[in-house]
Design a protein around this ligand. Structure first.
Ligand SMILES: Cc1cc2nc3c(=O)[nH]c(=O)nc-3n(C[C@H](O)[C@H](O)[C@H](O)COP(=O)(O)O)c2cc1C
Length: 385
């Protein structure tokens, strides 16, 4: 398959600007925003960019290879698409568009419990290669049923989430009255009217809904009670007692996402998990926390030989991915860059965003004479304390 690269938008920053012009303001706010004062949102990217790499120009170099093995699968690049909720509200069909692109590029796509496509549909699109992220259901029966469906669909990796014990304080979403489906305030209606392409496509594609959760929702649930029902259905607070039965039940690889400390890493190892994603949810949960590059670097150095240490939050380019891998991450994930891409370019957006990141990463690796992604740590310049 040939991949498309749109030279008008060679960076994720340009896709973000285009996305803002194409989707209603309350939708852009939902994707783009962090929490509280957005301190961690900005630190995530800024502190990754403090990392410097050294080139070894005179070394023998036979070309750079982005292929990276993770959990027994050789992916074509060391990055994947992080789980994002409500994707079909951001751009109609976004979950399917991104799953297709990820599959074509042979990189992992992680489906969120609360997005707008089902486990079964995404598994069909990705020939059973997609990962699934589970929000922890309050009831064991529901938990078991969703896990059974993920296993039946062939998901190789189950991702459980520990960084949403309570919902993030997100001023933009509070102001916008963000709900599923969005509240039709006059302000939101004006924003929709000024984005006719989004409005028309949303109309044609049909109202987005929580497809994976549909079988558990009471028929005819009115909009007023939907939020209440979702709050009752999920209890995000995870602990060791809740993880242990999932480990027993799930035969595939099990990954804990949202880890930000050595203490939680040790618990993950003790519980027999296969990997962790050091993440702060893209700066959407704890504004007073560290950016992810800091704990990831410490955790990878101390525990990287006992558990697979991955990272998300803040990467926006190939150089950012290279910096993160140089600091010890085995693999990386991104959320917003792909949502900007699809919002900016529709169907072509998934493919284009992946192509930008691959091209940029290839360029950095060629530039510093690094042949494999596993060799990136050799190029890390240790900063003076
Ligand atoms: C709009 C939006 C919705 C998200 N929804 C989920 C979700 O449903 N489940 C989840 O595990 N993480 C969710 N995340 C967090 C992402 O998986 C990921 O951790 C984060 O986007 C990484 O930061 P980045 O956007 O800077 O790459 C969401 C992030 C965004 C931006």
């Amino acid at each position: 398959m040939s991949f498309s690269f749109n030279p008008q938008y060679p960076t994720v920053a340009e896709l973000r600007i285009r996305a803002k012009q194409r989707i209603p303001g309350f939708v852009f706010d939902y994707v783009d925003g962090g929490c509280n004062e957005d301190v961690n949102l900005h630190k995530n990217t800024a502190e990754i960019r403090d990392v410097e790499l050294t080139p070894y120009y005179l070394s023998k170099h036979s070309g750079s290879d982005l292929r990276t093995e993770l959990f027994g699968h050789v992916y074509d690049a060391p990055f994947g698409i992080a789980p994002v909720g409500l994707q079909g509200m951001i751009w109609p069909g976004a979950a399917e568009i991104l799953a297709q692109a990820a599959h074509a590029h042979n990189i992992p796509f992680v489906l969120s419990t609360v997005t707008t496509s089902s486990i079964e549909r995404i598994s069909e699109i990705t020939s059973g290669q997609a990962w699934f992220q589970l929000y922890h259901p309050a009831e064991e029966r529901l938990r078991d049923d969703i896990i059974r469906r993920a296993a039946a669909a062939g998901c190789p990796v189950l991702v459980i989430l520990c960084d949403v014990p309570t919902f993030g304080y997100r001023p933009r979403d509070i102001r916008n009255g963000l709900a599923m489906p969005p509240k039709m305030t006059l302000r939101n209606m004006i924003q929709i009217a000024t984005r006719p392409n989004w409005a028309w496509r949303t109309l044609v594609t049909g109202r987005p809904s929580f497809e994976t959760l549909k079988p558990y929702m009471p028929k005819g649930l009115n909009l007023k009670n939907l939020g209440l029902f979702m709050n009752q259905m999920f209890s995000g607070r995870l602990n060791e007692e809740k993880i242990a039965p999932i480990r027993d039940m799930w035969k595939g690889k099990l990954v804990l996402k949202g880890v930000a400390s050595e203490a939680d890493t040790e618990k993950a190892i003790k519980l027999g998990l296969d990997g962790i994603i050091v993440s702060n949810h893209g700066g959407r949960q704890l504004d007073a926390g560290e950016s992810t590059i800091k704990p990831m670097t410490r955790i990878a150095a101390a525990y990287g030989d006992r558990i697979t240490v991955m990272m998300d939050s803040g990467m926006r380019s190939g150089p950012d991915i290279a910096r993160t891998l140089a600091n010890g991450a085995a693999f990386t994930f991104m959320g917003r860059p792909f949502m900007y891409g699809v919002s900016a370019l529709g169907k072509a957006g998934g493919d284009h965003t992946i192509s930008i990141l691959k091209t940029q990463l290839q360029q950095v690796m060629e530039q510093i004479c690094c042949e494999t992604t596993g060799n990136l740590p050799r190029h890390l310049i240790t900063k003076p304390a």
